[in-house]
Design a protein around this ligand. Sequence first.
Ligand code: PMP
Length: 308
Amino acid sequence: MPLTPVEKIWMDGELVAWEDAKIHVLSHGLHYGTGIFEGVRAYETKRGASVFRLDDHVRRFFRSAHIHQMELPFSPEEIAQGIKETVAANGLATCYIRPLAFRGYGEMGLNPLLAPVNVSIAVWPWGAYLGEEGLENGVRVKVSSWKRNDHNMLPPSAKASGQYVNSALAKVEAIKGGYDEAVMLNIHGYVTDGSGENVFIVRDGVLYTPPLSAGCLDGITRDSVIAIAKDLGYEVREKELVRADLYTADEGFFSGTAAEVCPIREVDDRALGANGRGPITKEIQQTFFAAARGEIDKYQRWLGFVNE
Ligand code: PMP
């Protein structure tokens, strides 16, 4: 899905024209991956655009920066405000939002502490990340031959730009192999997450997802899914999973801001029990979308209205 340009991008506190949001080719982050970012979505609700779990995303943005010892020149309140302003300035109700903090232009060499920190917030219309068909009928997944970066290599609990080279290797391997998405194992062989999504399986009516210690990101959609599943009366267990657990699951799905709640139909050419969107996946998916669109009172706490 190519990017659809919108009007404005927030750069270091100012809204600038989309085409003017440029950086120098000698920016540190471009060479060494020294940046941290977030992926956020806004959904249209009866009260206008709402940024889903805005404060949680801003908190994770600052946690990522802290892990990488980047002092951000803005407060969490300013970033949250910047996100709302950028959505509003582009007149979008439903969109994807990308806050990014990166080491900028001024110094080269590996020490990132010498380079300035720049912050940008961009928004654009983005449909179903794994395709509308995927949301309906599930995606085909490959367990990657690339392992997820370990806690002592590149902390997977931070959303750092450079670590997505690891995800990109897995994604390319999956796409070139004819699959829609990759699942990555950690160096011990346990399931972590997709290239940009957390993983859930369902077996005998119980949901399972890897614990954060396996090396998956502390996904905000993952957290929403766990809350929704429990509210629907399902048991959710965080448990280390191996690849065969995926093959033999009744149902499986990804959770992520971009991918939303997307069923997994097959893993390594083995159909999961449901061979499509399973009934529990569908119930959670529908509840998730209804919550994000402000249709369920009990999840109003997750809404961040842009115009209020
Ligand atoms: N794992 C990885 C590696 C990711 O990049 C993402 C996307 N941020 C997720 C999981 C899902 O996290 P979230 O639900 O917060 O978007």
